[in-house]
Design a protein around this ligand. Structure first.
Ligand code: ZN
Length: 240
């Protein structure tokens, strides 16, 4: 498998666990859907997620989505939440929706509050915002999820220093298969630990060289970590 020039979408399936990565391009968008026999989960709904889900799943299945997992609040990971929520409301969803996100992630909290304010007269479903601040085990219908903290930063105004943003990775289990998604992260022990022996690891390689600002993994670091899983995808690579 050529890990460097991958074309989206990326698809992987083992037993009953299926993942499609519609897109993962830094500063543009991310969009991932994971399905099993009983669950449909969206991970990092960036811009375009509604279009991609509509093309892929269609309306009935979009309404069945039970849970959304958000790795962090950068726009290329949350930019599609508004349109997805609005669509669910327009289609008269009644089933509650769970959104798991890093505690203190202002973007997710603000988007949800604004959405409720604008559409309060017509929303028929509950949005459960579930903040996560560290390792947590979450049981869905037939998928178990373990969250873990990762190390992602953003540049502050001077550009010379970087500051931490609340950021998580997630490992999804179904039967004896597992998928580990690290979100955006610099090299960190939690990621190394969680990727090990996963059936599939999805690892960002957002930096070509070693990243002293600790925003992203370099391609070499991402490959080194990826090799400890049975298979891996490199994602979030800068586009030439
Ligand atoms: Zn980011």
């Amino acid at each position: 498998m050529n890990h460097i020039n991958q074309k989206y979408p990326l698809v992987w399936e083992k037993d009953n666990l299926f993942i499609k990565i519609f897109c993962s391009i830094p500063n543009i968008s991310t969009g991932i859907v994971i399905t099993s026999k009983e669950s449909i989960i969206v991970v990092d709904p960036g811009d375009g997620i509604l279009r991609d889900l509509n093309q892929d799943l269609g309306q009935a299945k979009i309404l069945e989505i039970s849970d959304i997992f958000i790795s962090h609040g950068h726009h290329d990971h949350v930019g599609g939440i508004w349109s997805l929520l609005t669509y669910l409301s327009v289609m008269k969803r009644t089933k509650p929706l769970n959104i798991y996100f890093p505690a203190n992630c202002e973007e997710v909290i603000t988007i949800q509050n604004a959405f409720k304010k604008v559409y309060s007269h017509e929303i028929k479903f509950n949005i459960n915002l579930i903040p996560i601040d560290n390792e947590k085990e979450i049981e869905l219908d037939d998928i178990k999820v373990i969250s873990f903290k990762v190390n992602h930063k953003e540049q502050s105004s001077g550009n010379e220093i970087s500051v931490s943003v609340p950021a998580l990775g997630f490992k999804f289990f179904n039967g004896n298969k597992s998928i580990c998604y690290g979100g955006d992260t610099a090299y960190c022990d939690n990621l190394v630990e969680m990727v090990k022996n996963s059936d599939l690891a999805i690892i960002e390689a957002g930096s070509e060289e070693k990243d002293n600002l600790e925003m992203h993994l370099s391609i070499d670091e991402a490959i080194e970590i990826g090799k400890t899983a049975k298979e891996y995808f490199l994602v979030h690579m800068p586009q030439k």
